[in-house]
Design a binder for this molecule. Structure first.
Ligand SMILES: C[S@@+](CC[C@H](N)C(=O)[O-])C[C@H]1O[C@@H](n2cnc3c(N)ncnc32)[C@H](O)[C@@H]1O
Length: 443
């Protein structure tokens, strides 16, 4: 199997899909004889999924969406995909689908004509949709002169009257419709999540992951992340010229077709004879609880001040299906809901906080070494001032910390051209022009 055939379940910043065979090569040279390989900070799940062909794997990440995706990948060959495809194709026959659609039909029709308006140079309506808050806050953002806001309220109240404004039915629609997806796309994503709730245990995470992968494909943002909704205006307030490529293209994507194409991709995923599992857990807790069992830990923590939870909060809310409180910010003295509609309770990783990161890395080295477990750490060694995004902890500090707990710390550039051996006395590293390194920590 080559790395190009490996499934990439979501667009993910810093996913390690280009380095999979290199990771395996290092693991093979250092892993203990028995126990699962741990993919710590598993993110999009690509590493754990790839490794699961060769070993039993345990993935660990603090985010629920990451657990859902890894768990789906591990089960992808065991679910009845024909039935899931049929259920998705026949969603419109479902009673709940029909009830919700009846409530939001006027909104979807208005939105449809607004999207079609882009090609007729009639763009004000779609710009208003993109710039408005979603249904979840439409009652508190009253604008009597806006047909669209009136429609939002009408549809929201209809959902409310029928008890359909609750997480098991319409989380994506109410929180992210209009902002990150079209209302109709968000509704279909909710319906796929609804199917997941009603499926048997084996298929639950699989169907949920299909909704997450589909959300990642259809989301209307630059770069397919969820940190920054589309801005349809230039700085001077004028409407941008390229609204078709900026907004129309994504919002015309057919979520059902995309979901089915994802099922086919998941079905072709690696077939493993090993039993692997996915955990949602803090790294420290996972190492304290299971560290001794792991044959090796591959760790890929965040290295910059960007919290992953900000980039993927929509996937997290879709996975948890709760009613998150939305963050606010103060602009010109007025408190407003955040434009990105971020959840207030969002994981703030110590690895992304300058004052906490050194301790977090130290705890990682300390925990794995005290379990006598070898560690491979991924790191992208750009430093502050070199024109790239600053790293929270420098490479030199990282090597120093690792060397406190491991007698041998070897720095391996990913291309594998130069291998520099490091020990406690020798902490120099020629790092410019190296895109990615591994720290191989052994005894
Ligand atoms: C660089 S990404 C991992 C990318 C992953 N290797 C891949 O290929 O997709 C870092 C991950 O660390 C997770 N994370 C951050 N802090 C954590 C913590 N305290 N415990 C567990 N996971 C954490 C984030 O949720 C994020 O998914």
């Amino acid at each position: 199997m080559t790395t190009t055939e490996i499934i990439k379940p979501i667009y993910y910043l810093g996913a390690k899909n280009s380095f999979l065979s290199e990771i395996r090569t290092i693991i093979d040279t250092i892993k203990k004889e028995s126990g699962p390989v741990c993919d710590l900070f598993s993110g999009s799940g690509v590493v754990g999924n790839y490794l699961s062909q060769f070993y039993p794997v345990t993935t660990v990440d603090i985010q629920e969406y990451s657990k859902v995706i890894s768990s789906a990948l591990f089960k992808s060959n065991k679910v009845n995909t024909d039935k899931i495809i049929r259920d998705i194709e026949e969603l419109h026959l479902n009673e709940v689908y029909q009830e919700i659609y009846e409530c939001i039909r006027p909104l979807c029709e208005y939105e449809r004509s607004s999207i079609d308006g882009i090609s007729k140079d009639n763009v004000n309506a779609i710009v208003e949709i993109v710039e408005s808050y979603p249904l979840a806050s439409c009652l508190s953002t009253s604008n009597k002169n806006s047909i669209f806001n009136e429609l939002q309220k009408e549809c929201y109240l209809r959902l409310n009257e029928k008890g359909l404004d609750s997480p098991q039915f319409t989380t994506t629609l109410r929180y992210f419709g209009g902002v990150y997806f079209s209302y109709y796309q968000a509704f279909i994503l909710d319906m796929i999540l609804y199917l997941s709730d009603r499926s048997n245990d084996e298929s639950k995470d699989f169907i949920k992951a299909i909704a997450l992968s589909s959300a990642s494909s259809v989301v209307n943002t630059v770069g397919k992340q969820f940190a920054q909704p589309i801005r349809p205006r230039n700085k001077d307030g004028s409407i941008k010229k390229n609204l078709n490529s900026l907004i129309g293209r994504d919002r015309n994507l057919d979520t059902i077709k995309i979901a089915i194409s994802w099922i086919h991709k998941y079905k072709l995923n690696v077939n493993s004879t090993y039993t692997s599992n996915a955990l949602r857990m803090d790294y420290q807790e996972a190492l304290d609880t299971y560290g001794k069992n792991f044959s090796v830990v591959y760790a890929d923590p965040p290295y910059t001040r960007d919290h992953y939870s900000r980039f993927y909060h929509v996937l997290e809310t879709m996975s948890l299906r709760d009613e998150p409180v939305i963050t606010t910010s103060t602009r010109h003295g007025i408190k407003e809901l955040s434009r990105g509609f971020y959840r207030e309770e969002r994981h703030q990783s110590p690895f992304c906080i300058r004052s906490l990161a050194p301790k977090a890395f130290e705890n990682l080295f300390k925990s794995t070494s005290s379990c006598n477990t070898p560690l491979v750490l991924s790191y992208s060694p750009h430093e502050e001032g070199d024109g790239t995004h600053p790293r929270v902890v420098s490479t030199k500090n990282l090597i120093e910390l690792a060397s406190t707990y491991y007698p041998s710390v070897e720095v391996i550039p990913v291309e594998g051209i130069t291998h520099n051996k490091f020990n406690k006395k020798d902490l120099m590293l020629e790092e410019r022009n190296i895109a990615e390194i591994f720290l191989k920590c052994t005894f």
